[in-house]
Design a protein around this ligand. Structure first.
Ligand code: KG4
Ligand code: ZN
Length: 354
């Protein structure tokens, strides 16, 4: 079974073909990230306009790269939430139209759940991908760390899961992006904070870790603590504008603040993962979302969980938003008899939760 996956929830226009829920045949991603960089974050109108321009060429490229025609495609899976309304609309309308024209079943996919399914891909003929060799086993602990979500989920089986906890305010990736902006580092913040942190001392500053419900997270207090720390470091009061901080901070201060923030933000996630591992004894742990690319996360998790089971991460290109994860979950949706979406009525769900 070959499924075309379409993803447009944020600033990546992406399409991919996946066979039988594990073979990646193509993976095309067009990002409008460069257009947002000058604003220090995604501008929804610019993202939506970029999706309109990119969506059809990206889908055609995904078919070409997989050596597929429409006759070879058994169904279309599309992200319908969570995400930016204008962005989601372009992917969903394209998928609905193509499903009607080519008479293909349509599957509506939850983007956050999709991130987890990047871990079910085990093979590809595409160059430059590092694939895991076996699919994760159930019960499986899923940790989703992205720009929009921070969640910890226990999967007993496909489509049978419990949301153990989630962020009560900002997502971890969003905190990286905001801290990067304060320090005058490039967008997206994850990689630029990580780079600055390499030069810094992660124990130089003491930053707070939020105390939340057992498996819940919070990052907004940490973000404010970084703001106050920056202001204190340059000898200014709490009303000093965050946009002017980076001009006054030295390179060494920026590196140390980035390293101290990164350590605590990642520790927040790792503490809960350890707790859930001890309580539920899962057979596998999978990480999904853009922050899964973080080397600090990988370092801390491997230290905190000295496991008989290895923790596996998707290839870096499958950590950030992509169509492959959507197509993979689409394959399971189709093969396990989950309901199809109606191509005449499928709506977007910007606030969709797991
Ligand atoms: O999953 P994703 O591509 O988009 C959403 O669904 O939100 O995640 C994007 C997020 C951004 O906030 C970015 O700063 C973060 O992933 N990110 C990282 C790293 N690479 C990307 N965060 C920490 N360390 C990284 N190396
Ligand atoms: Zn995402």
């Amino acid at each position: 079974m070959r499924i075309l996956g379409i993803e447009s929830s944020c600033d990546e226009t992406a399409a991919a073909i996946v066979k039988d829920g594990q073979h990646l045949l193509s993976n095309i991603v067009a990002s409008s990230m460069d257009l947002h960089a000058q604003y220090g974050g995604v501008v929804p109108e610019i993202a939506a306009r970029s999706h309109i321009e990119a969506i059809m060429p990206v889908i055609q490229q995904a078919l070409n790269a997989a050596n597929c025609t429409w006759d070879d495609v058994d169904g279309i899976a599309v992200t319908y939430g969570a995400g930016l309304g204008g962005s989601l609309l372009i992917g969903v309308l394209a998928a609905r139209t193509l499903a009607i024209i080519h008479k293909k079943p349509l599957y509506s996919i939850n983007h956050v759940e999709g991130h987890i399914y990047a871990n079910f891909l085990t093979s590809t003929s595409l160059l430059g991908y590092q694939m895991r060799t076996v699919q994760p086993e159930f019960p499986m602990l899923g940790i989703i760390v992205s720009g929009g979500h921070s969640q910890i989920v226990l999967f007993r089986d496909h489509f049978d899961y419990t949301l153990l906890g989630q962020t009560q305010d900002d997502a971890i990736g969003e905190a990286f992006d905001k801290v990067a902006k304060m320090l005058g580092l490039a967008y997206p913040g994850g990689p630029s904070v990580a780079k600055a942190a390499l030069e810094g001392d992660s124990n130089r500053y003491k930053l707070p870790k939020a105390k939340m419900g057992k498996y819940d997270f919070s990052f907004s207090g940490l973000k404010t603590a970084v703001l106050r720390l920056c202001q204190a470091e340059i000898g200014e009061k709490y009303d000093f504008p965050s946009t002017k901080l980076s001009e006054r901070l030295s390179e060494a201060q920026k590196h140390n603040i980035a390293a101290s923030f990164q350590r605590i933000a990642i520790e927040t996630i790792v503490d809960k993962a350890k707790l859930a591992f001890e309580e539920f004894a899962p057979k596998s742990i999978v990480i999904g979302g853009g922050v899964a690319a973080s080397q600090e996360l990988r370092r801390q998790l491997s230290q905190a969980l000295p496991l008989p089971i290895p923790i596996e991460y998707p290839d870096m290109k499958l950590c950030t938003d992509n169509g492959a994860m959507i197509a993979t979950l689409g394959c399971f949706t189709a093969s396990l008899g989950q309901p199809e979406a109606d191509p005449y009525t499928l709506d977007i769900a910007p606030n969709l939760s797991m």
